[in-house]
Design a protein around this ligand. Structure first.
Ligand code: FAD
Length: 459
């Protein structure tokens, strides 16, 4: 627990408050991306929903904005956080799983790693993404695109209710019957509408799951990406696959076979039996991978499949949603950052995720982030450990963006790591409705979501 400094703010809640100059200040204000250097006015750690009410009331009286935070995995877009109370809900750790109803209720500080194993034991899975370390609240508020997304869509639209403290200090429940406009806006509009204290969502039975990864030598990256891209139009919604070029650091956290090595990797998760899965992936297996981990597995395995880092990392990241990944774009990308490009491991991971399926279909009753455009999502990340790498990574990511831009059809806010104009993430109708709901629930713009939705009427 972080130290509590005595201040008027600390009288507003029972949980800890950390102020500039406190021994734990740097820890309290730090984010998953270690390149960030944010300076909020204070950081509060409410112990429960009443504490959230107290902290929000204090901030209102003190003229501070409130930035809700769970795990700090996407704090970059918030900028410097001047004149803002950072409100970390990490202590809200309630977890209730109802396997019969296929429903989950969690406190806003809960990460996927506390829920996925319990669901898996009941043959169920939630719509989590690549990292079990990501918070369910922030992931769901921005969209949530994971392993089962082609079959079941975005996690935001699996949400059945949220409880939140709004700008007037009330603790409200937003669902299809209560505050339906607010419920719509929260599912994609992010942390702009209040501090979420609890979230409820539907999960899915997983009878059969065939999942794992095919590892190929780095030198074969081009061949693997071409084969993967050609396969996409043949794949059913039950099969999600991601193709990556990955450079693993030589650290103990990385499995021994991969430590310090580079690979082209195709990861896949198929909601079906092994024989069907093998048949669907045959063209890739026929290439002769160096290592093949595909097997019938319980859903909990999906949490580890992508091998995402669990500890904070200093990094730059870019992404694009693309209508296609044509052969010439793969060639251009490989020439810029692949084997023989001379760039070595500058781009730690260049990943392509298959999209489409349920991601492109608006479900009845969906929220503001109903769908995502594109057939492929490109994500590129470069770890940065010194100034030289900072320049090299920025240059490499800019080259990647230039290569894929002709096929870019949109952006996904959860993958945007820098301050941005959020209007470009939504269709004009949805954007205007988000701003209208903001005007009704937070007219003074007290809440700073990671991607800002200003109240209607504000410039
Ligand atoms: C390693 C890694 C892997 C990832 N993999 C995926 C993936 O596979 N698929 C995918 O879709 N995304 C993925 N993401 C992106 C992830 O969805 C976003 O970073 C998401 O915003 C994280 O939410 P959080 O609560 O963990 O982080 P935070 O930084 O704590 O929250 C992000 C934002 O969410 C809002 N928020 C959080 N909690 C609350 C709350 N209680 N009340 C109101 N607003 C709140 C705030 O606006 C906050 O700024 C990944 C990110 C990382 C770093």
């Amino acid at each position: 627990m972080l130290t509590t400094t005595h201040s008027p703010l600390s009288e507003a809640l029972t949980g800890a408050v950390v102020l500039p100059g406190d021994a734990r200040w740097d820890e309290a204000r730090s984010a998953f991306n270690l390149l960030l250097d944010q300076h909020p006015a204070a950081v509060a750690f409410p112990a429960d929903a009443d504490d959230v009410v107290g902290a929000v009331a204090y901030a209102r009286g003190a003229g501070l904005r409130v930035a809700p935070q769970a795990t700090a995995h996407n704090q970059g877009p918030l900028g410097g956080l001047e004149n803002t109370l950072l409100l970390n809900v990490g202590a809200l750790q309630e977890v209730h799983v109802d396997p019969a109803a296929q429903r989950v209720r969690v406190g806003a500080g809960v990460k996927w790693d506390r829920v996925a194993p319990r669901l898996s034991a009941h043959g169920l899975a939630g719509l989590h993404g690549s990292s079990p370390d990501v918070g369910i609240a922030g992931y769901s508020l921005g969209g949530g695109m994971g392993w089962l997304a082609r079959k079941h869509g975005l996690q935001a639209n699996a949400v059945t209710a949220m409880e939140l403290v709004t700008a007037d200090g009330s603790l409200v429940r937003a669902d299809a019957d209560h505050h339906p406009d607010l419920f719509w806006a929260l599912r994609g509009g992010g942390g702009n509408y209040g501090v979420v204290t609890a979230i409820e969502f539907a999960v899915h039975p997983v009878d059969d799951l065939y999942a794992g990864a095919l590892f190929f030598p780095f030198e074969r990256s081009s061949e693997v990406l071409h084969a993967w891209s050609a396969l996409l139009p043949t794949l059913p919604d039950e099969l999600m696959s991601w193709a990556s070029v990955m450079h693993f650091p030589p650290i103990p956290d990385v499995p021994a076979f991969a430590r310090g090595r580079s690979f082209a990797v195709v990861m896949a998760a198929y909601l079906g039996d092994e024989a069907e899965g093998r048949a669907l992936l045959k063209p890739l297996r026929d290439l002769g991978p160096e290592r093949d981990t595909l097997a019938t597995v319980p859903p909990v395995v999906l949490g580890d499949l992508a091998m995402d880092p669990l500890d904070p990392v200093p990094f730059h990241l870019t992404h694009q949603l693309m209508d296609d990944l044509p052969a010439e774009t793969i060639d251009e990308l490989m020439a810029k950052v692949g084997p023989g490009s001379g760039r070595g491991p500058t781009v730690t991971i260049l990943q392509f995720r298959h999209m489409g399926g349920a991601l492109a279909r608006e479900a009845p009753g969906a929220g503001a982030r109903a769908t995502l455009p594109g057939e492929v999502c490109m994500i590129a990340l470069g770890a940065v450990f010194d100034e030289h790498m900072d320049v090299a990574v920025r240059d490499a990511l800019a080259d990647i963006d230039a290569a894929v831009l002709p096929h870019a059809v949109g952006e996904y806010p959860n993958f945007v790591e820098v301050p941005a104009d959020a209007s470009r993430f939504f269709e004009p109708g949805a954007w205007n409705r988000l701003r209208d709901v903001k005007r009704r629930y937070d007219p003074a713009d007290q809440f700073a979501g990671n991607h800002h939705v200003p109240p209607a009427g504000d410039a």
